[in-house]
Write a protein that binds this ligand. Structure first.
Ligand code: 6R9
Length: 647
């Protein structure tokens, strides 16, 4: 009992950034918020000066809701900003420290990374990749992934990174949607000591993508693989004989830098389009102010480059700041549960950015693991991907940060490109569990269905009411979906984030989680309908409904309700495994349902729509509410009983 009270009191507790931190912070002017608000365009224009432009912009912002053009007329190159401009100043500074799964490592100075990038960029050109061609990158966490991204940026070929853990099917779908004729993959990689046959997986997917002309293969795991004549070429042969003088292509500010596929409310993932100038300005300044990057920092963002966090805060943001980044291939528990802290100690990591699901896992493993390591180099901690519960926040603060590192709880999305709500570590009073307040220049609010601000403390829809430089420009090939998804609830000038939130009396934003059919499993964003379409593609499944169940460690786990074509009788448990595997094959291991519940009926309205609200209550054992509009209210009791039985 006393422990509960104590922890409740702690949750109310406020934490001030340490004095030293405040004094030296890159941004410590508490009036920055009002200053930005007084002249938002001027604010962003000033920040754009931190990026090197081959030609300055004509206009800061051209806003025709919901279409924004930032720094229009300006010309720049993202790879130049991440590499060349630092080489001019300190080419020998370490840019990238790569720590492999097998405890092997590599480092690249800025000059080495620039040269490797330019060489590969020249090789891409030689293969026929032209400005505007989308290049799909299907690589694990290896240096070549960063080099490939930057090489694409260098020649103006938008990249589309597909998470290496995604299945063949998922790869094929994304390659096709992006009309990508070039794919970069590797022969294999290791995950927890097991060899993953990446090329085999890519080949299988590419059977369904005949338009692909070239597949570049990194030899990472030395496993022998078949190479398809004419189509496949080794990375080393691509760079062979190339010199490192491939000039960065001057890109228009609004030219596409990359496409990133993410989950939405339909079965089909959407290709979020980001452009060059605004994205670079946004990720540069947020890296600088929120992560307080200094010349001697060692910055480790644990996100995979297959997600937006890996794009913005492993690659573009920190490298455009000339920082030293750590990239880790592998899992936090391989070869043992101290792996992350071992890396922090080994490289003297100063800034560490990870997800709440990882923090909760470390917490479960016990304090004695991190306590074995010297974590004294750490000076700032970050969290991203889902709400961090106060208990996990406090653990992170005390056990990892030794009560001396500010924590930045950063709320943002694939679509926003950059962090939107977060403490500024040299200014903000922290409260465990809240991402605190919008970044200067960002206008966030909590609205009701009609678009009115909700009373203080009430829950509502999180909305963004100003354009920002790194905002999504469109959904690849589906402009209507772009408008319908984000800009239709209240009008084309207000962005619907999809999250619920509330604001407290200090103006802090508390994110309550998604209000749509998106779920977050271990910080990975998945669409319930994506998993449903995977399930119904199995010959025995007639219908499926998927839901997220709240989970202490993973945030949410997947519950799938399945109606079969015919009864599975005694072989239900066999089929359960088969269906789980089927989802893994269709999407990837991150989408594996935790439980499959076989049923005869789903909670549907009379018009046949699944009532998600009711399903959510069944899955989570919460108050069901009004079910009078259900076709067959008896199904609720039946499903509740089944869910109860499996615990
Ligand atoms: C960066 C990223 C976006 C969704 C977002 C929200 C959740 C992210 C959060 C958070 C609470 C935070 N989310 N950060 N919720 N607190 N600090 O995760 O992008 O994969 O597109 O997911 O993640 O629900 O809407 P993405």
């Amino acid at each position: 009992m006393t422990e509960t009270i104590e922890s409740l009191l702690k949750e109310q507790q406020e934490f001030q950034p340490p004095e030293d931190f405040v004094k030296n912070a890159n941004m410590n002017d508490p009036h920055i918020y009002e200053k930005a608000e007084a002249d938002i365009e001027g604010f962003w224009e000033g920040l754009a000066e931190n990026i090197d432009w081959f030609k300055k912009w004509d206009t800061v912002l051209d806003w025709q809701p919901p279409h924004a053009k930032w720094f229009n007329g300006g010309k720049l190159n993202a790879s130049y900003n991440c590499l060349d401009r630092h080489v001019l100043k300190h080419g020998d500074k370490t840019a990238l420290i790569w720590e492999g799964e097998m405890e092997n490592s590599e480092t690249y100075t800025y000059k080495e990374l620039r040269d490797a990038t330019a060489r590969f960029a020249a090789g891409l050109k030689e293969l026929g990749v032209k400005k505007g061609d989308v290049v799909t990158i299907y690589l694990p966490m290896i240096p070549e992934a960063v080099i490939a991204m930057l090489a694409c940026a260098r020649i103006g070929a938008p990249h589309s990174v597909v998470f290496a853990g995604f299945s063949s099917e998922a790869l094929a779908q994304r390659v096709e949607d992006a009309h990508s004729r070039f794919v970069i993959t590797c022969n294999g990689y290791f995950h927890k000591g097991n060899l993953i046959q990446q090329k085999e997986r890519a080949d299988k997917g590419l059977e369904n993508a005949p338009a692909v002309e070239k597949v570049i293969v990194v030899d990472h795991a030395a496993n022998v693989i078949p190479m398809k004549k004419e189509r496949d070429v080794w990375w080393n042969d691509v760079i062979h004989n190339m010199d490192s003088e491939c000039e960065p292509e001057p890109m228009d500010s609004e030219d596409i830098l990359f496409i990133m596929y993410t989950s939405g409310t339909t079965g089909r993932p959407k290709g979020v389009v980001h452009t060059t100038g605004g994205y670079m300005v946004g990720t540069h300044v947020t890296s600088n102010w929120i992560f307080d990057l200094k010349d001697d920092d060692i910055f480790w963002c644990t996100a995979d480059i297959g997600w937006i966090t890996g794009h913005s805060y492993l690659v573009y943001g920190p490298l455009s700041n000339g920082a030293t980044i750590v990239m880790h291939e592998g899992a936090p528990d391989y070869p043992d549960k101290g792996r992350f802290w071992d890396i922090v100690e080994k490289y003297g990591v100063t800034i560490f950015y990870t997800a709440p699901t990882a923090i909760r896992t470390f917490m479960k493993w016990g304090d004695e693991i991190p306590e074995k390591y010297d974590l004294s180099s750490l000076r700032l901690l970050g969290s991203v991907g889902e709400p961090i519960n106060p208990k996990a926040w406090l653990w992170y603060y005390e056990i990892i940060g030794k009560s001396k590192c500010p924590i930045v709880d950063t709320w943002w999305q694939t679509e926003t490109g950059m962090i939107m709500i977060s403490p500024l570590p040299g200014i903000t009073t922290m409260k465990p569990g809240t991402a605190t307040r919008p970044f200067p220049g960002i206008k966030a609010n909590i609205l009701d269905d009609e678009g009115n601000e909700v009373p203080m403390g009430s829950g509502g829809y999180l909305a963004l009411q100003n354009p920002w430089p790194s905002m999504i420009r469109t959904i690849n090939g589906d402009e209507q979906r772009f408008i319908d998804t984000y800009w239709s609830k209240w009008g084309t000038d207000t962005y619907l984030a999809g999250d619920g939130a509330r604001k407290d009396e200090d103006g802090n934003f508390w994110i309550l989680g998604r209000l749509d059919d998106v779920i977050k499993v271990s910080g990975h964003r998945l669409g319930t309908m994506e998993i449903e379409s995977a399930l119904v593609s199995h010959p025995s499944v007639a219908e499926a409904a998927v839901d997220g169940k709240v989970d202490e460690i993973k945030g949410e786990v997947i519950y799938a309700y399945v109606i079969l074509d015919s009864s599975c009788g005694d072989s239900c448990s066999l089929l359960e495994d088969e269906l789980k595997q089927h989802v893994v094959d269709e999407i990837g291991p991150i989408a594996r349902p935790k439980k499959i519940i076989f049923t005869e009926e789903l909670p549907k309205t009379r018009s046949g729509k699944i009532m998600r609200r009711v399903l959510k209550a069944i899955t989570n054992g919460t108050e069901i509410g009004d079910i009078s509009t259900l076709q067959d209210p008896a199904v609720v009791e039946d499903l509740k009983r089944k869910v109860n039985e499996i615990g």
